[in-house]
Structure formats: structure tokens, C-alpha cells
Design a protein around this ligand. Structure first.
Ligand code: SF4
Length: 232
């Protein structure tokens, strides 16, 4: 299985009734500003090259962001905050992400999320996180030959990514590393392959960026350190 094949399968997934209902209802009712849009309304696959050395793991697509455009962090302010930082580090060729086909390309970075469908109030349930985990685990396993660091945005993603990394072939230390902004942990590969360095970072949600809890400099710092750890 290649990443492209995985993405093709993912976009047909209907395993979470509540999320399927919400993503489709949002796509039907739309936000007035996007009335002309043909919303994506399906699971949003990871974005970035299949041989990425840094994985960025978020939370879930936004109802009128990724769920509208069909690409991770595309079409909302959280995305522009993230892509702007990647641009500053030379890891993206544009500061903003508006739609698939806008020319945005990432260098050595793949962005994904533990839940691939937009949840009501941006809050997936633990059950939905568990149901979606095999998709994340498969994606991480496919990235294993090249991925050397992972930046996890927020505590929810952190909780989700640890078992997914374990399923993908890394050993998570015990006691389990605790999420925090700036948290850092090294995971050995269970088969003696290359280790992965895990970084915690506050999520790029407007709640965090408007209040200054997460500043552009703080995000750049974590992403830059992760890129360096991965040899980018
Ligand atoms: Fe499928 Fe994941 Fe969407 Fe649930 S959240 S329907 S498991 S893609």
C-alpha cells in the first residue's frame, strides 16, 4: 500500500456516524461566505510528500476549513498561521492555503490528524479518536522509512499519536511522555531502525493564537527544532 492508495481508501470512510452526519450536514448548509463553494464534506487525507522527514499531527479538520477545501489546514486562519511558520522556515512555498490547486507545496513535511473528519465544536470523542486511529497508524507506518520527527499540536493529538506510533513500530517510553508546549521525547524503533523525536506544541487554533498563548515565534521554534532534528 502506498500513501496515495491509503488516501484514496480513507476518503470513502464512514466509520463514525456522528462525524459523517456532521461533515455532510455542514457541506450542505455551508457558511454564507462560502455559499458558492462545493464543500468537500468527506474525510480529509494527510497533505505533503510521501517521503517526509517531519510529520505534523493536528486534531481534526475544521468544518469550514479542511472540510470545505478537502486539504489539511486549508481555508482557515489556523492553517495560515501554520503555513506562515513553515514558509519562514523554508518548508512551504506559500504563506497561505486557500484551496487544493493553489500551488502550495511542502518540503519534507507531511501534515495529518488523528481524526480525519470535521467534528461538531472541533471536539471529537475519545471513541471517534480510537476508531480513526488505524488510519493514522497506517500513515505513520508508510512514512517510517523517512520520518524522523513528529510535531504534535495539542494534548488531544498527543494522546492519539502515542498508540498510533506504537502500532506503526516505535516504542513509547514508560511512563508515557506527557504533553506540553516544548515537550520532547525520543522513541526507539522496535526493530532497531531509526528513532523518532516527538515534539509537543500548542495547537494553532484561533483560541490559542488570538490570545497569544501560541505566538508565531513559539511555533517557529518548535517546528525549526523538529526540522533540524530530522536533518531538514
Ligand atoms: Fe473514518 Fe476517521 Fe472519518 Fe471516523 S473520523 S469516519 S474513522 S475517516
Amino acid at each position: 500500500e502506498t500513501l496515495a492508495e491509503l488516501d484514496e481508501r480513507l476518503i470513502d470512510c464512514r466509520a463514525c456516524p456522528r462525524l459523517v452526519g456532521w461533515r455532510e450536514e455542514t457541506a450542505r448548509t455551508k457558511r454564507r461566505a462560502y455559499a458558492d463553494w462545493d464543500y468537500w464534506g468527506r474525510p480529509v487525507p494527510g497533505f505533503g510528500p510521501p517521503d517526509a522527514s517531519v510529520a505534523i499531527v493536528g486534531l481534526a479538520p475544521a468544518a469550514h476549513g479542511g472540510n470545505r477545501t478537502g486539504r489539511m489546514f486549508t481555508g482557515d486562519r489556523a492553517g495560515d498561521f501554520l503555513y506562515s511558520a513553515l514558509y519562514d522556515l523554508g518548508l512551504a512555498n506559500r504563506r497561505t492555503a486557500t484551496h487544493r490547486g493553489d500551488g502550495l507545496e511542502l518540503r519534507g513535511v507531511r501534515i495529518t490528524s488523528p481524526v480525519h473528519c470535521a467534528p461538531p465544536a472541533n471536539r471529537p470523542t475519545p471513541g471517534e479518536r480510537d476508531t480513526c486511529r488505524p488510519w493514522l497508524a497506517r500513515e505513520l507506518r508508510l512514512l517510517r522509512p523517512t520520518v524522523r520527527s513528529a510535531v504534535v499540536l495539542g494534548a488531544f493529538g498527543w494522546q492519539a499519536v502515542l498508540p498510533a506510533l506504537e502500532a506503526a513500530g516505535w516504542s513509547v517510553p514508560r511512563p508515557r511522555p506527557v504533553f506540553g508546549h516544548g515537550a520532547r521525547s525520543t522513541l526507539r524503533a522496535a526493530d532497531g531502525g531509526a528513532p523518532l523525536t516527538l515534539f509537543g506544541c500548542y495547537h494553532v487554533s484561533q483560541q490559542n493564537t488570538f490570545t497569544g498563548r501560541l505566538t508565531p515565534a513559539m511555533l517557529r521554534e518548535v517546528l525549526g527544532t523538529a526540522a533540524e532534528a530530522a536533518g531538514l
